[in-house]
Design a binder for this molecule. Structure first.
Ligand code: FE
Length: 384
């Protein structure tokens, strides 16, 4: 059956209050309509556009009026982790936000392929490496905002203003209590030492978190040292990299390794979650904050950006500014088990209980700049 995507038909074919358009909106959000251009001949494509155009012409012109001011948000964060704060924003400003969630890489791909007709006004995703990719893909626009520049530390935002960090996470070392003493640990660099042979669990080099970690080391140590480090570090892996960050902590707790690398919010979710096996695994490990006598522990962000072809750029910026307020920072960080980016908003009690640490102050844009070289280094080291 021939199906159509609203996004292929009209630049603004959803989010209105009229019946016809409500149906469209429903179809859009349910993703019921799919048009794979590649599988269709130009003739059929032309025909479908024509039919669609006829059917929807009035709806389109009306919807442009009706949806004026609404902000469409493409978010790589799950609905439950962001929707309530969007509702607060709407209550306070009267600006409606339409939320579309998806996987980070798929959402960026979607914005790219939608081009000038993108529905997205705001893009929220995790990891500065990904935010950098979006900037380089030329789908973001510069935000000029004193509010954001004041609220968000310089190293946690793009130097040109293409994206802003809205929550922070760290990627420290986790060690099995009893199997490792904290004083045996010191730096990421020291994990390449022979004494850790077969003791380390870490996920694949395909993962952006690891790429960004290695990118931060490239800045601190240079290419030659980082290559040496990676080659020796891989030799210390207890197993072939598999699974996500939680699986590394689980691997450590189950005796497959003594040391795991993971993002802090996974640990927070595991230790407070309802899944007994995850909770038990998290309770078996402790956090060690590496590189405290040098640059600090590697940190990263989730961040927000206004898309290049945003139809409602002004309100899109208002939404991001709202996410930088004290109120939003506290909620957003807490619900995601992350650190607020604002210095004047304290971390949650749980995160405080993990201890204070010095964070690497590198400008996170550099993680994107170094990404390609980091990936090469990991490949050459045989990091699967
Ligand atoms: Fe994650």
């Amino acid at each position: 059956m021939l199906t159509l995507s609203v996004s292929q038909i009209t630049p603004k074919g959803f989010s209105t209050m009229r019946l016809k358009q409500l149906t469209l909106k429903k179809m859009f959000f349910n993703n019921n309509l799919k048009l794979n251009k590649k599988n269709l001949s130009p003739k059929i494509l032309g025909l479908t556009s024509m039919i669609a155009g006829t059917l929807l012409l009035s709806a389109v012109s009306q919807s442009i009026m009706a949806s004026e001011g609404e902000v469409n948000l493409y978010s790589a964060r799950k609905e439950a982790l962001i929707k309530p704060i969007l509702d607060t924003f709407s209550q306070q400003t009267g600006i409606k936000v339409n939320l579309i969630t998806g996987k980070a890489d798929a959402l960026l791909q979607r914005i790219k392929s939608e081009g000038k007709n993108t529905h997205a006004d705001v893009f929220i995703t995790t990891d500065a490496g990904r935010l950098y990719r979006a900037k380089k893909a030329n789908v973001l626009q510069v935000i000029q905002s004193d509010v954001l520049n004041e609220a968000i530390p310089e190293n946690l935002r793009d130097p040109q203003g293409y994206w802003y960090g809205i929550s922070m996470r760290a990627r420290p070392i986790f060690y099995v209590k009893g199997a490792v003493e904290a004083n045996e640990l010191s730096t990421y660099e020291a994990l390449a030492d022979k004494k850790f042979k077969d003791k380390i669990c870490i996920r694949s080099s395909n993962n952006i978190y690891n790429q960004s970690l290695v990118a931060s080391m490239l800045s601190a140590d240079g290419a030659e040292k980082t290559q040496q480090w990676a080659t020796n570090f891989v030799k210390n892996f207890a197993r072939k990299p598999k699974g996500g960050d939680r699986d590394q902590i689980k691997g450590a707790a189950s005796g497959q390794c003594d040391i795991a690398i993971a993002n802090t919010y996974y640990f927070g979710k595991m230790i407070t979650g309802k899944k007994a096996d995850q909770k038990k695994a998290a309770e078996a490990v402790a956090i060690f904050w590496p590189n405290q006598n040098s640059r600090g522990t590697h940190v990263n962000v989730s961040g927000a950006a206004v898309t290049k072809y945003a139809k409602n750029a002004a309100n899109a910026q208002k939404l991001i500014e709202f996410l930088s307020t004290k109120e939003a920072q506290r909620w957003y960080a807490d619900v995601n088990f992350e650190y607020p980016v604002r210095k004047d908003v304290p971390a949650s009690d749980l995160l405080k209980s993990w201890g204070k640490f010095k964070a690497d102050a590198i400008n996170l844009n550099q993680l994107g700049v170094n990404n390609a070289e980091a990936v090469k280094i990991m490949d050459r080291a045989g990091w699967k």
